[in-house]
Design a protein. Structure first.
Length: 300
């Protein structure tokens, strides 16, 4: 997905938000804003918004010397959802359709995104959980369940802290033995890293690897060879979050995107989010025929 004019205000807002979170020094706030405006004036609109988003975070890290500005928020929301986990597991186990319920909760978890400019509280998380269980879903969860059933290997691209705990619930419905969970290689916004996978118990149930990149998405040109080899050999890819959609929307792989769909451009262009492309050279029941499928909560 390329960058649109509607992305620019988000870049500016994210710069200010991260700078203020990291330091109280107004001089650094101003310097960060001036430098990112220069970067925006020169950026390539054909590249993913994720590239500029990563530039913002690296700039703040450089100006402040703070390697992980969102560290406390990440730990806070990991603990919050871990505390909720027994209740969430009970909800899944008691559901008539465990797969769909776990998928809905995984979608709900994507609301824990501090790069989107939202102020998020514990009550917001709980409210979103309840909304997710009854909301209209755009996308074909049955097709996802079928694809999971025939896949021998699944790459699951994670997104945020806190959300990673919701992913644990869903992965238990996927047959964990065939899942490899992927995190970022270094701290970026509140995206999950290997440290978060360990802290939330993800490493206890599946193989976890990092992408080799600190981008808040999956910029393949910057990813490690080991990750790209795993992605290429996987029968199925499940990609959480907006950043993974923005960077992988053009790849020719059987991939189900599960984004939160908060960006203005997406909200105004539902067809972009819901398109379902198929390759006619494959049989309808062939997993490879599922090139791009999006599953979202409509009433987000």
């Amino acid at each position: 997905m390329k960058t649109y004019l509607e992305c620019v205000p988000c870049f500016i807002r994210q710069t200010i938000d991260t700078a203020r979170l990291t330091t109280d020094d107004p001089a650094i706030h101003e310097k960060a804003l001036r430098e990112i405006l220069t970067i925006i004036s020169q950026m390539d609109f054909q590249r993913s918004p994720v590239v500029t988003g990563r530039s913002i975070q690296r700039l703040i890290q450089q100006l402040t010397g703070v390697h992980d500005p969102y560290k406390q928020l990440k730990q806070q929301f990991n603990r919050l959802v871990l505390d909720l986990y027994p209740m969430l597991e009970q909800r899944v186990n008691a559901a008539a359709n465990r797969f769909e319920t776990a998928a809905r909760l995984a979608l709900a978890g994507n609301m824990i995104d501090f790069g989107s400019g939202q102020t998020i509280s514990a009550s917001d998380v709980v409210a979103t959980i309840e909304t997710s269980l009854s909301a209209i879903i755009c996308g074909d969860i049955k097709a996802l369940q079928k694809a999971v059933g025939v896949a021998d290997s699944i790459i699951y691209l994670g997104d945020n802290c806190g959300e990673i705990v919701f992913d644990r619930l869903f992965i238990k419905q996927l047959s964990p033995r065939k899942v490899t969970y992927v995190v970022r290689a270094a701290p970026i916004i509140n995206d999950a890293t290997m440290a978060d996978a360990i802290a939330t118990g993800m490493t206890d149930i599946v193989k976890v690897m990092d992408s080799g990149s600190d981008a808040p998405g999956t910029v393949l040109a910057e990813c490690s060879k080991s990750f790209k080899d795993a992605l290429k050999s996987a029968d199925l890819v499940i990609a959480k979050g907006q950043g993974n959609y923005e960077t992988l929307s053009e790849i020719d792989r059987p991939v189900f995107f599960m984004p939160g769909c908060r960006a203005t451009y997406w909200m105004c262009n539902w067809q972009l989010c819901y398109k379902k492309a198929r390759q006619p050279q494959y049989a309808a029941d062939d997993i490879r025929s599922l090139v791009h499928t999006q599953i979202l909560i409509k009433s987000w």
